[in-house]
Ligand binder design. Structure first.
Ligand SMILES: [Zn+2]
Length: 411
């Protein structure tokens, strides 16, 4: 069985989709939305929560604390009485916990970052969506105080997301975009040209140097990473590798950064050669995935996925980069794609999110849920459907890699 996603996790952000049906949202300019938000915040400071209703733009705020978005979790609805209850009831569902501006007091208006707009219903005015970091200052009291919401780690939400739940996948993409922007704001504090302070501009979508004689425009950056499944066509095998930081039994694709002056295909070949000593010929693009949950020094990576055909087969592992790398047959790879494990991880994390939102203390029943062992764990497994590595591996295992079109060669 292969999972077909409409888009990778963190892609297909509903606040950034361009379509005629979302025309009301397209009409909301960041600067107009920022003006509306500023007046809401000013009114909220004097008039309390009732101020929201009187304003033309609906503004919704997603607070973050230390990189974690505010989320809430709903218990699954009980099964209808005429349906016999199954042993595995559906897991809880998480959603982002948007707040009205009046619930985010004491935060300066230029700390809010515009995420986009969305019309809930056709013909009605679109809402403007914002993110803000409330880790410090007066914002420390925002959200998560016994109201069923809590600040939850984005990776936990990622694993907890049911990949068949379109709304949850949309919320995950919004949270990823928001986190990447906020992390960038917290690190890009100074102008790289003159060293003066960089201040937010265009509703937080970029920054600008505050030095009048410099005024350099500073934009959020994306760090591309090539990720490749190396394939031995003759023997119908794929190269899987382990890094020492991986959890036991987990194997994945090779990946690496691109060097200046290098094409993506050259980066695929160089990284494969450096890490495993295998020479790669044809390189075929598969798909790409935004990855806002990588190292904190990189607010947003872009994983660019490829199939790479091996020209040599002997493996020499670079132990500084990898713990191990091995050729695996298509049959063994298929066996390792055991969906029961991915569903169990999703369910376990959905329960964990639910307990965090309910305020269950760490170390209580959460750990009991997490320690459920499968009867016979597979000897290896791969990252779940939230990761592009999963789709590279399962596409090859179940469908076979595409051929290079005859009219095109990237060699
Ligand atoms: Zn400057």
């Amino acid at each position: 069985m292969s999972i077909h996603l409409r888009a990778h996790a963190f892609a297909a952000n509903p606040l950034r989709g361009l379509s005629a049906s979302n025309a009301a949202a397209a009409a909301v300019s960041p600067s107009a939305a920022a003006d509306a938000l500023r007046s809401l915040l000013d009114a909220g400071a004097g008039a309390g929560a009732g101020a929201d209703a009187a304003q033309p733009h609906l503004s919704k705020i997603l607070p973050f604390r230390r990189g974690r978005p505010l989320a809430r979790s709903q218990d699954p609805p009980p099964p209808p009485p005429h349906v016999p209850s199954s042993p595995a009831s559906p897991p809880p569902i998480w959603r982002l916990a948007w707040l009205p501006p009046a619930r985010v007091p004491g935060v300066p208006s230029d700390a809010f970052v515009f995420l986009g707009a969305h019309g809930e219903e056709e013909g009605k005015e679109a809402s403007a969506y914002w993110a803000v970091d409330v880790s410090e200052g007066e914002g420390g009291s925002v959200g998560g105080a016994g109201d069923g919401s809590a600040f939850v780690d984005l990776r936990t939400l990622m694993v907890a997301t049911d990949w068949r739940d379109r709304d949850a996948m949309g919320d995950l993409a919004i949270a990823g975009h928001a986190r990447a922007l906020l992390e960038w704001h917290s690190t890009a504090r100074f102008c790289g040209a003159c060293g003066s302070r960089a201040v937010p501009a265009e509703a937080g979508r970029r920054k600008q140097c505050s030095n009048e004689s410099c005024k350099k425009r500073i934009y959020p950056r994306v760090d591309p990473v090539v990720i490749m499944l190396v394939i031995d066509k003759e023997n119908d095998c794929a190269l899987l590798s382990r890094q020492s930081r991986f959890v036991p039994r987990m194997w994945s694709c090779l990946a690496g950064f691109i060097e200046p002056g290098e094409s993506l295909e050259e980066a695929v070949r160089r990284e494969t050669w450096e890490e495993t000593g295998i020479e790669v010929g044809e390189v075929i693009y598969h798909s790409s995935q935004p990855w806002p949950v990588g190292p904190s020094t990189m607010p947003c990576q872009l994983m660019v996925g490829f199939f790479a055909y091996a020209k040599s087969l002997e493996i020499h592992v670079d132990k500084k980069e990898l713990e191990d790398a091995q050729w695996q047959s298509r049959e063994d790879v298929k066996k390792a794609l055991t969906f029961a494990e991915y569903e169990k991880a999703q369910r376990t994390n959905a329960l964990k999110v639910n307990q965090i939102c309910k305020g269950v203390e760490k170390g209580q029943s959460i750990s009991a849920d997490l320690n459920v062992e499968t009867e016979e764990p597979a000897p290896m497994f791969f990252p779940g459907p939230f990761a592009i590595a999963h789709h590279l591996i399962s596409s090859w295992a179940f469908e076979g890699a595409p051929k290079v079109p005859s009219s095109f060669s990237n060699l």
